[in-house]
Design a protein around this ligand. Sequence first.
Ligand code: FAD
Length: 372
Amino acid sequence: MELLFDDGTASGVKLESGSETHASKAVVIAAGGIGGNLDLVRREWPTSELGSAPEKLLMGSHYYADGALHEEVRRIGGNVTHLSKMWNYADAVRHPKPQREHHGLKLIPPRSGVMLDPDGRRYGPVPVMPMFDAYAALERVCEDERKYSWLVCNFKIAKRELDVSGSQHNPHLRERRIVPFLLGVLLGKPGLVRHFLDGSPDFVSASTLSELAAKMNEVTGESAIDAATLEREIGRYDETIARGKGLFNDDQLRRIGQLRNWRGDRLRTARFQRIVDPNAMPLVAIRLQVMARKSLGGIQTDLGCRVLRERGDEAIPGLYAVGEAAGFGGGGVHGKRSLEGTFLGGCVFTGRLAAATITGAELPLRIPPRID
Ligand SMILES: Cc1cc2nc3c(=O)[nH]c(=O)nc-3n(C[C@H](O)[C@H](O)[C@H](O)COP(=O)(O)OP(=O)(O)OC[C@H]3O[C@@H](n4cnc5c(N)ncnc54)[C@H](O)[C@@H]3O)c2cc1C
């Protein structure tokens, strides 16, 4: 898509598919981030913080988030900034039913599982624990050139705690079906665990740790996991649990205890569950990979969503950018440790702001009545 100008003012777009053009008094770029273009993600990868870009990188955005309109804004002299600020996850797996190349899924990995580095050693001295600090987990995982980690748990833990991010994987929540949603929370999701064990090449199960080690090596095609190391690491964790709460001296167990203090998390967190437990079999190992998702930088705008020129001191007449394309509000407004789940708000807010700027309406804009 090409941006068209008339006497320096954005005046419409020309479609790629030929000479078809659309004229407009205002052009709003709402094309999303760059997470769907893994080459661009690698090019902009924050190497000073996370080392080299992962050789194997999953994609958790959509293909159309390809950065083409970012490039177009650059071409016409607009400022595209902070693209190295991106929200990538360290806890994704290959999709059980991939619809595109490198298709990944962001898991909500079991918090009672033990996270291990590619050699099967537990992260320390402070253990990496899923779902606490996504950026810190990414930093730890990226310290190793292989840029993946393992999560080892058992079926009982996985059934209670495993989940997937995204509305298409949470239909009960999306369609407000309260009873099945609550049943899933109360009884766990054995079907989901089986779905991944059957379909995702990053999930393996076994009845002993040595068998699990062999299967983990099959997943990576390496022989980095030594059964004795795995038994030692998991054994140490299980022995700490066996000593009883009074003697827990493990940061992960302390955090599990804290989670279980709150009713909402208590239901979804196993009670100090050992990994090797005959009543919780089989053992489950999940290879967690890095996945590109959201762009925190993007097209720089002023507070009225007008696209700024490269010098940043002047707006390009008639051209606006909103949502993830504009880094959720002007190119980098979130900061790199952006709070999980707060992205859509910035998209809606900047959409309204742009509409107000274009029409001259007062903010806040009136919310249209809901149409069911
Ligand atoms: C799986 C997943 C789960 C998420 N979960 C959450 C969450 O729980 N909470 C949260 O706050 N955020 C979440 N996000 C992030 C959030 O959904 C996005 O940041 C947000 O949807 C971005 O909105 P947008 O309108 O800016 O862009 P998008 O929703 O990406 O829409 C951009 C649109 O532009 C179109 N487009 C792109 N390029 C062109 C072109 N050249 N020509 C024509 N059309 C084009 C695309 O097809 C697309 O329809 C999630 C994202 C994903 C992928």
